[in-house]
Design a protein around this ligand. Sequence first.
Ligand SMILES: [Zn+2]
Length: 291
Amino acid sequence: MKQSSPPLGTLHHAVFAISTLTSRFPVPGDIPEGALFVVTAGQGIVVHTGDTPQIYWQADDLPASCTAGPAEYLGHRDRVPVYAVEIGKSAVLPGSRVETTVRELYGRVPDEDLAIASYAVRMIHSAAASRFCGRCGHSTEPVPAERAWRCPDCGLVVYPRISPAVIVLISQKEKILLARSPRFPAGMHSVIAGFAEPGETLEHAVCREVKEEVGISVKNIRYFASEPWPFPDSLMIAFTAEYDSGEITIDNNEIISAGWFGRDNLPALPAPLSISRALIDRWIQKEGTGQ
Ligand SMILES: [Zn+2]
């Protein structure tokens, strides 16, 4: 499946970024005629089979188990509202439909459909996780004017969770720092990454994660690009930085090996789909510039 170009001004095509859905609030009380549906099943979705799997369903085709639960509004594609519904655990799928994970759809459907499929899964899970107030335990209600749920008893408003994570490519002269997490496939190395913590800036998160995981200090932190990563709810914010001081000292917990790699001795790298690979590829292309 051909990849579309990165939007103007960014250096990375974020596969899971939605570009064609627009939100129109308030959400209609009843689902309008002609609406389309994405049917989720746990962490995956149910598609129409074929050379190019189809992620959308018409209302008339939906199994009864889908219409029993709530429908989560995702946005409008042009004038057509799109909703996510969840298939029941005991539902029997018609012959032309099959359950698949979002990752298995990569390269088989347009990236925009992939983004919407993962968004549907996230919204169904967000709705389930927000059904009861986390402060007082009362049942919540959807807020009609935005993507949120409100507790009618104590007033708490909850939004779908987004977890910001920083990711940073550190360079020193003609080399970059790559590290191995115990979770990676054998041999694979990547850039340093970690979640931002309450009370810190993203730049601070970069410095802290680098110090914690490989023991060095960095300088000249610059924004690169961002990417929603829906497994399950990260927003990756990517940076470049330059080595400043210190010796590599790994934490042996999140990182089991790390080192400086030149363009001619790079280890196995992350898949091209990821923003970490985009950071590394961008650096490879800048050969000779010293960055
Ligand atoms: Zn409450």
